[in-house]
Design a protein around this ligand. Structure first.
Ligand code: NAP
Ligand code: G4F
Length: 348
């Protein structure tokens, strides 16, 4: 039986990856961080599918603590390690830049050195969750492996450090390290402080509970290449086990603005939005009631914005046969319907 250790298993991708690996017959070990309220980080997985929670063998560890990472490797004796653990919020990385560097950059070095300290570098294959944020604002229509990196945030800078260290250690010590450069991917399990889920949850709360308060957002005009997280974890598994190269891009090769995502999400519940004003004074108005349902709050602006991302996934398609299947419209529909279902479940 193949053995996988997942760091970041309680996050969006970790939950889907654990589910996928369990379905494939792996023994899955999951890292959880010590917490005074353990329910908080486990709730997302338990509500989605309690069987996943029950089938994982849990180990306490933290990317800030090298000794705990060594221990987690000793306990799990993994064939595969997936490092999905991160402070993954770009806006918040400007609030906690040192912490973001410690976990997202140095944390990966700690993990690699834990593997080396146990002389396991020839026995373990390691996946690192790299990101399209590393490209920054490039001048190309599609970002691919020839596009230069130009990180714009502490988050992206830390991820690029980890990415480069992955390449260094693979070359220096002959370690099998695979770097998946994933573009934005979303799902009903997405954290509620990322823009897509923040929107779909607000749509559901207005539709089910009649919440009147306007939704406050930041920059509506940045464009992202949004895919479905459940499909992207399958790409991670292929990259780690079948990938012959160090780096792969996972994306949909299409892009949409935040504004367009928002309009599509509200249209699922029959709300059309018209726009008035400019900049921080812009508002989104419900065309049928005249209510202001969207406001701009500059707090959600970033000190440095990434305006446009659109990834070229042709390499993973040709080499590993992976391609995205769910369209953005389908993804929005399934996220809104999931949030409506959850909102209705809170009515007693
Ligand atoms: P997520 O939902 O924010 O999950 C992050 C995971 O990392 C959680 O399980 C979290 O644990 C864990 N974690 C945080 N700090 C940690 C620490 N100090 N030690 C160990 N674990 C820690 O993120 P996601 O969307 O699933 O993304 C997974 C990975 O892919 C992240 O590394 C992210 O940066 C990267 N990525 C994501 C996307 C995307 O669009 N989703 C795109 C490219 C790359 P708690 O539950 O205890 O907080
Ligand atoms: O949903 P977001 O916070 O995702 P972002 O910054 O693109 O980062 C996500 O994708 C990366 C891959 O490219 C991952 F590496 C990273 O871990 C994370 O998963 O913001 C998307 C866009 C941004 O342009 C932001 O300025 O939405 C804009 N936005 C507008 N209003 C907002 C908001 N973002 C958030 N989080 N909250 C808002 O109210």
């Amino acid at each position: 039986m193949k053995r996988a250790l997942i760091i970041g298993v309680t996050g969006q991708d970790g939950i889907y990856l654990a589910e996928h690996l369990l379905e494939l017959g792996y023994k899955v070990y999951g890292v959880r961080r010590p917490s005074t309220i353990p329910e908080a980080s486990q709730r997302r997985m338990k509500e989605y599918n309690n069987d996943i929670f029950e089938q994982i063998t849990w180990i306490y560890a933290d990317l800030a603590d090298g000794s705990s990472l060594r221990r987690s490797i000793e306990i799990s004796q993994p064939d595969y390690i997936y490092n999905l653990g991160a402070q993954s919020h770009v806006r918040l990385s400007f609030e906690v830049p040192e912490y973001t560097a410690d976990i997202n950059a140095v944390g990966f070095v700690r993990l690699l050195d834990a593997v080396r300290a146990l002389h396991a570098e020839k026995n373990v294959s390691i996946y690192q969750a790299s990101t399209s944020e590393m490209f920054g604002n490039s001048s190309t229509k599609y970002q691919n492996l020839s596009t230069p990196f130009n990180p714009l945030s502490p988050y992206a800078s830390a991820k690029l450090y980890a990415h480069n260290v992955g390449l260094n250690y693979a070359k220096s010590y002959g370690m099998k390290i695979r770097l998946g450069i994933l573009f934005n991917h979303e799902s009903p399990l997405r954290g509620t402080n990322f823009v897509t889920r923040k929107i779909t949850r607000a749509v559901a709360n207005r539709s089910v509970h009649g919440v009147k308060k306007a939704l406050k957002l930041g920059n509506l005009d940045s464009r992202r290449d949004w895919g479905y997280a459940k499909e992207y974890v399958q790409a991670m598994n292929l990259i780690l086990e079948k990938g012959v190269e160090s780096e792969y891009i996972v994306a949909t090769k299409s892009h949409e603005s935040v504004r367009s995502f928002l309009e599509k999400a509200y249209s699922v519940v029959g709300i059309n939005i018209s726009w008035e004003g400019k900049g921080v004074d812009e508002v989104g108005i419900c065309s049928s009631t005249g209510d202001v349902i969207i406001k701009i709050d500059p707090w959600f602006y970033r000190p440095n914005e990434l305006d446009y991302l659109c990834g070229d996934f042709s390499k993973i398609k040709h080499e590993l046969g992976w391609e995205p299947k769910t369209t953005l419209n389908e993804l929005i529909e399934l996220m809104v319907q999931s949030d409506i279902y959850k909102a209705k479940a809170t009515i007693v």
